[in-house]
Ligand binder design. Structure first.
Ligand code: 6GU
Length: 250
C-alpha cells in the first residue's frame, strides 16, 4: 500500500502541480505515493454548493462552515486512519521532524482553507493539527500543502537515490549546509577555495564543518543556539564567539 496524500481544497487543479515533476513525480508514477485532490464544493450546501458564511461577531471576509468540512473529512477518512492537518498562518511552524513523522505513517489529509479561515469547532472535534510554513502571508493553504507534501515524499523509501543525501542535508544535524563548487576551477576571476583541490579529505571535511558552523551562526542564530545547546563538545569560547583558549594557564 502506497503512502497516501489526500487534499481537501476549493482548487483541486493545483494538485499534484510541481509534485508531478522531478523526483516526486517519478515516485508518484512508480506508485510509491498516491495523490487525491478533492473539491470541497462537492460537499457544499444547497443549489450553490455553499461552503462558507459570514463570521459570527462580525468582521471582514468569510469563514468555512464546520458541517461542510466535517462531511468532507469524514468522506476521505472512512477507510484508513490518517492524521489531518490544516495549513494556516495561525499554525505552529512546520519542521523537518514533522515531515519525518508524517512520512513514517500511512499518509496525510491536508485541509486547505481559503477566505479568513475555517470554523474552529471542526478543528477541535476532528483533532486537526494546524501548521504554517513561515511568517509571511499566502493567499491560500495550497502552496503550503505542496511544500509539506514535498518534504514528506522525498523521505519515502525509494524516492531519493541510494545515497544518503536525504539525511545528510541541512537540518539533519541542525546546521546549514557548507557551500558547493564545481568546474571550472576559476570562473570570472573567482577561484574555488584551494582546500577543495588539495585532495586532503580530512582538511576538506574540517573546512566544510567550519563553513557550516559560520553560515549557521551568521544567518540562523536560532538554529545555532539550538545546535550549541545540544552539542556539549563545543568549547564555551567558540559557542560565544570568543577567541580560543591557548598557551599557559598560569
Ligand atoms: Cl499554511 N497558509 C497561508 N494562507 N499562508 C501561510 C501559510 C499557510 N504559511 C505561511 N503563510
Amino acid at each position: 500500500m502506497s503512502w497516501q496524500a489526500v487534499v481537501l481544497t476549493l482548487f483541486p487543479d493545483m494538485f499534484p502541480g510541481p509534485l508531478g515533476s522531478s523526483l516526486a513525480g517519478r515516485a508518484l508514477k512508480d506508485g510509491i505515493w498516491s495523490m487525491q485532490a478533492h473539491d470541497l464544493r462537492e460537499h457544499g450546501l444547497g443549489r450553490h454548493r455553499t461552503v462558507d458564511d459570514t463570521p459570527f461577531g462580525g468582521g471582514a471576509g468569510m469563514v468555512m462552515r464546520p458541517d461542510v468540512l466535517d462531511t468532507a473529512i469524514e468522506a476521505v477518512t472512512a477507510e484508513v486512519v490518517l492524521p489531518v492537518v490544516y495549513l494556516t498562518p495561525r499554525g505552529r511552524r512546520l519542521e523537518q521532524s514533522d515531515a519525518r513523522r508524517f512520512a513514517a505513517g500511512p499518509g496525510i489529509v491536508l485541509l486547505c482553507g481559503r477566505y479568513e479561515g475555517v470554523d474552529e469547532r471542526v478543528l477541535e472535534a476532528r483533532q486537526v493539527e494546524q501548521l504554517s510554513i513561515g511568517d509571511y502571508v499566502l493567499s491560500g493553504g495550497e502552496p503550503a500543502a505542496l511544500v509539506l507534501l514535498d518534504a514528506c515524499v522525498r523521505l519515502l523509501p525509494g524516492v531519493m537515490g541510494s545515497d544518503d543525501s536525504a539525511t545528510e542535508e541541512s537540518f539533519s544535524d541542525g546546521l546549514l549546509e557548507y557551500p558547493h563548487y564545481t568546474k571550472p576551477a576559476e570562473w570570472q576571476g573567482r577561484p574555488v577555495p584551494p582546500i577543495l583541490l588539495s585532495g586532503h579529505h580530512a582538511s576538506i571535511a574540517a573546512w566544510r564543518r567550519t563553513q557550516s558552523e559560520d553560515a549557521t551562526r551568521n544567518r540562523r542564530p536560532d538554529l545555532w543556539a539550538a545546535h550549541t545547546s545540544r552539542s556539549s563538545s563545543i568549547p564555551f569560547q567558540q559557542q560565544h564567539g570568543l577567541p580560543a583558549r591557548s598557551g599557559s594557564r598560569n
